[in-house]
Design a protein around this ligand. Structure first.
Ligand code: GLC
Length: 535
């Protein structure tokens, strides 16, 4: 396979934008669509192929856009439908695809559907949501918990029943067993596909169906007080339920009827169940998001190698892999692994086999920003500040000027800026040939121009020092060895059988030189991409 014959989403790189935090063009402290349009040249320069935007729809913003009150509009904070059309047109002109977020599991409680549903037990939209009588002795119908903490059931005084919400109380779950719900949601997909969007990232996909018998979920025996509320209970009866694959097939058939459009599924599932969402006939999502690098217990060569091997081995025939380092729900990679290892992390992400998804700002080494209690916005963060997702959602750092160039001087950004933004920003890093931005761009350039790195095979190499992970990427015309030192000590990799090669990129950005693989010295936290002679 060569780059040109594979679909774009296999050889492309996806960049996630959290629209509130990318660029504020109109002085309200919140990023918007015209702001994104004004930065398309940056994204084109960086070399990514597609933008995935977290939700831009009308929403009361109880969960920052993941609580939608109209699936076919644009929130005035972000702009207008015309702005979205401009974004599509301007992005396409630069050969950039645009992926929207699709949130099918729940609406906002302010969505007209829910307003109708809660108006009376006999309303024709009542069954569009999940309602139930109180348990025989009173109280919620079962023990299901919200991912944000507390019961997943909320009593509605007016109609005397509980409604279900796996997230915030303002996010009632839709009843996907109802054919009209499916049709309404598919109409929303068509609305955007007709406008020219290139695909969707589907939110909380594993949750769409719930056990009809409402059986209690088991509690997670490994959970400890202080742990993330979302992991307190196991989702045996609320996740990955029978019937879900058929729904995903329906979504895929719809997307396919528009030609090459991409479906990405957000699915926090163990690998063996995750990969089932490619579909037996590869007729479900193109990319079930692979969060192994986001949920890793430790950042160590051995663990990472094991994760990569297990994932590669679990992939069904013909399924295309993908990797994610960070997103708007998890702590930033540079905070999790430190500044030095953040460079290794980028090299790993951009040289593994499979489509990489980059979270905005990670290319700069943006860190989690401590948010004072009174400024916490995130709903689970209000209850449990240590689990707030706000620190990973702060404004993009564009330059060293006021408000990091995110919003006009004198405007208050919706979340505080990082203290280090005068050093860690696009303008400064563009000028610095050794910056993480420079490294990321070089990695992207190398990946894009190399069939071995985009679509080539992957094999890990045995017999390397403990702190290192070394693997080979190979196409019919090229071979690259990637050698990553996950430790803070110098390591020597000895692979005499590999002969000689040439370092084409080091994470230190200071050497491009021929080397003898009998003795490859890796400095602390150093990673290298080495071109080998073709066999
Ligand atoms: C997904 C989103 C997250 C949101 C939740 C509910 O996990 O990534 O941000 O809070 O779904 O929609």
């Amino acid at each position: 396979m060569t780059v040109s014959t594979t679909p774009w989403w296999q050889h492309g790189i996806i960049y996630q934008i959290y629209p509130r935090s990318f660029l504020d063009s109109n002085g309200d402290g919140v990023g918007d669509l015209p702001g994104i349009v004004s930065k398309l040249d940056y994204l084109h320069w960086l070399g990514v192929d597609a933008l995935w935007l977290s939700p831009i729809y009308p929403s009361p913003m109880a969960d920052f856009g993941y609580d939608i009150s109209n699936y076919t509009g644009v929130h005035p904070l972000f702009g207008t439908l015309e702005d979205l059309d401009t974004l599509l047109q301007q992005a396409h002109q630069r050969d950039l695809k645009v992926i929207l977020d699709f949130v099918p599991n729940h609406t906002s409680d302010e969505h007209p559907w829910f307003q109708e549903a809660r108006s009376s037990r006999t309303n024709e939209k009542r069954d569009w949501y999940i309602w139930h009588d109180p348990a025989p002795g009173g109280g919620p119908p079962n023990n299901w918990m919200s991912k944000f903490g507390g019961s997943a059931w909320q009593f509605d005084e007016h109609t005397g029943q509980y409604y279900m919400h796996l997230y915030d109380v303002k996010q009632p779950d839709l009843n996907w067993r109802h054919p009209k719900v499916r049709q309404a949601m598919y109409d929303a997909l068509r609305f955007w596909l007709d406008r020219g969007v290139d695909g969707f990232r589907i939110d909380a996909l594993e949750m769409l169906l719930k056990d009809e018998q409402l059986r209690d979920n088991p509690m997670n025996p490994q959970w400890k007080p202080g742990g993330r509320p979302s992991t307190r209970q196991l989702g045996r009866y609320t996740e990955d339920q029978p019937g879900l694959h058929e729904i995903v097939q329906e979504m895929r058939a719809l997307a396919d009827s528009y030609g090459q459009r991409l479906l990405i599924g957000e699915l926090y599932l163990p690998i063996e169940r995750l990969v089932q969402y490619y579909g037996e006939l590869l007729d479900e999502v193109h990319l079930p998001f692979n969060f192994q690098l986001v949920t890793l217990p430790t950042w160590e060569a051995r663990t990472i190698r094991q994760v990569v091997e297990t994932y590669e081995a679990a992939l069904p025939q013909g399924a295309w892999p993908n990797w994610v380092l960070g997103n708007h729900d998890r702590p930033r990679i540079a905070t999790r692994v430190g500044r030095e290892q953040a460079r290794i992390a980028q090299m790993l992400l951009l040289t593994l086999r499979g489509t990489p998804t980059c979270y905005y700002g990670d290319e700069l080494g943006m860190q989690n920003v401590p948010i004072p209690l009174e400024l916490i916005h995130d709903p689970p963060g209000k209850e449990h500040p240590e689990h707030s997702r706000d620190p990973a959602r702060t404004p993009m750092q564009w330059d060293s000027g006021p408000n990091a160039g995110f919003c006009l001087p004198g405007t208050e950004p919706w979340l505080p800026l990082a203290a280090d933004y005068r050093q860690v920003n696009v303008a400064a890093e563009r000028e610095d040939p050794h910056s993480l931005l420079a490294l990321t761009r070089r990695l992207i350039e190398l990946r894009r121009s190399s069939p071995a790195l985009t679509t080539g095979s992957y094999h890990s190499i045995e017999g390397v020092p403990d702190g290192c992970f070394v693997y080979l990427r190979q196409s019919s015309s090229q071979r690259y060895l990637i050698a990553l030192n996950f430790s803070g000590n110098e390591q020597t990799v000895k692979l005499p059988e590999m002969g000689h090669g040439r370092i084409v990129l080091s994470t230190y950005l200071d050497r491009e030189e021929p080397i003898d693989l009998a003795r490859l010295r890796l400095r602390s936290d150093e990673g290298s991409v080495i071109e080998l002679a073709h066999l």
